[in-house]
Design a protein around this ligand. Structure first.
Ligand code: FES
Length: 379
């Protein structure tokens, strides 16, 4: 007697219609399928990705016949379900198909076994905290990261008042024995946040889905700086129409994945980190700009020194920006205030090391204080 399972054929639809597009998603009962048509061949594989369950039937088929997951780009052959070259041990269930009387049929009983090959984690997954093996020694110099979010044409640079004060801050931190690093966000090429969290909470991963898929995306420099490297993060922005710069928001949106780890997995990636801000503009609204930054970096897990920012603006009526540049350049009180901000940030950073003040795990923080499952059941 044969051990072959009894076939379990299901009608997937009109074959001519299905052949009009390379990929369709179909569901039979609870079984999700990716139904493909490439170079005259139908293929049916599981529609659930091996990685974190992305909807393969909503992805694409590449020129080699691999279904590409829309969440993070893992690839599986559209007929065999075998992972792309280098990942052949990764396999999706693949199904036998047939075309009869113009209809495409799938035999669910023919499913091959799913196999998962462990993938090397992205380097950013392995954060080495201060004092941990592979991380900086507990007593190593503090690390101060400056992030400048002003935009300018590199071929015709101008003087930025916010960046000018950030440079003062880093010079002072270095003079106090800290290691320093500057990231000028305008020098990075990176994509806008593409809203993976809105596709599915699980589609927003650490590091960002884009970072995992697109090796040319340079947001990893910011992630590495803020999550892995820095003890103190100084963010500088100009004021643009009463808000932080558009480059700041482009960066902040891509940092959603840091905050979402708290929401999704109770995982605080940024612990014992101090953030402080430098906000300058010819016109006003410093309180609102800093208010947003305090909220955002607070929700990432950062702590703030007493009096956590330096702000400067000459008011709504001041349109003579060239005079503003000169004013900031000459202002010893702004430089003194900036150095004081660095001193307070370093003091807090020192105090936080070894303390329990900033937890590595926490019941979801801030306004995300609801369990994800509860939120879902309310929807
Ligand atoms: S869920 Fe498919 S690649 Fe991540």
């Amino acid at each position: 007697m044969s051990d072959d399972p009894i076939p379990d054929w299901h009608d997937l639809g009109d074959a001519t219609e299905l052949a009009q597009a390379p990929l369709h998603e179909r569901k039979i009962g609870r079984t999700r399928l990716a139904v493909s048509y490439v170079d005259g061949d139908f293929g049916v594989v599981s529609g659930v990705c091996n990685h974190v369950g992305g909807p393969l039937g909503q992805g694409r088929v590449d020129a080699r016949g691999y279904v590409t997951c829309p969440w993070h780009g893992w690839k599986f052959h559209h007929v065999t379900g075998v992972g792309e070259p280098g990942f052949e041990e990764d396999r999706l269930p693949a199904y036998t198909t047939k075309v009869e009387d113009g209809r495409l049929w799938v035999d669910l009983a023919s499913a091959t076994a799913r196999r998962k090959k462990p993938h090397a984690p992205h380097p950013l997954v392995q954060i080495r905290r201060r004092g941990e093996p592979g991380g900086p020694a507990k007593d190593a110099p503090r690390r101060v990261l400056g992030i400048s979010t002003t935009q300018m044409d590199p071929a015709n640079p101008r003087t930025s008042t916010s960046e000018m004060l950030l440079e003062v801050a880093l010079a002072h931190a270095a003079a106090r024995g800290a290691e320093t690093q500057m990231i000028r966000v305008r020098e990075l090429s990176f994509r806008h946040c593409e809203g993976y969290y809105s596709k599915s909470a699980q589609a927003c991963t650490w590091p960002c889905s884009i970072t995992q898929m697109d090796a040319s995306d340079q947001m990893d420099r910011v992630y590495e700086g803020v999550v892995a490297w820095a003890d103190v993060i100084l963010v500088a922005t100009p004021i643009r129409w009463g808000a932080a710069s558009s480059l700041y928001f482009k960066m902040a949106e891509r940092m959603n994945c840091i905050q979402n780890q708290i929401t999704l997995a109770d995982k605080v990636l940024m612990q014992n980190k101090v953030a402080a801000f430098i906000v300058t503009g010819g016109q006003d609204n410093i309180q609102a700009v800093v208010g947003q930054m305090l909220t955002f970096f607070g929700e990432l897990g950062c702590a703030f020194p007493q009096f956590p920012f330096v702000g400067h603006s000459r008011g709504w009526s001041a349109e003579d920006m060239e005079n503003n540049v000169g004013y900031v350049a000459r202002s010893e009180s702004l430089r003194e205030g900036t150095r004081g901000l660095v001193d307070r940030a370093l003091s807090l950073s020192n105090a936080l090391q070894g303390s329990e003040a900033c937890a590595a795990e926490i019941a979801r923080g801030g306004r995300k204080a609801h369990a994800l499952t509860e939120r879902r059941s309310e929807e």
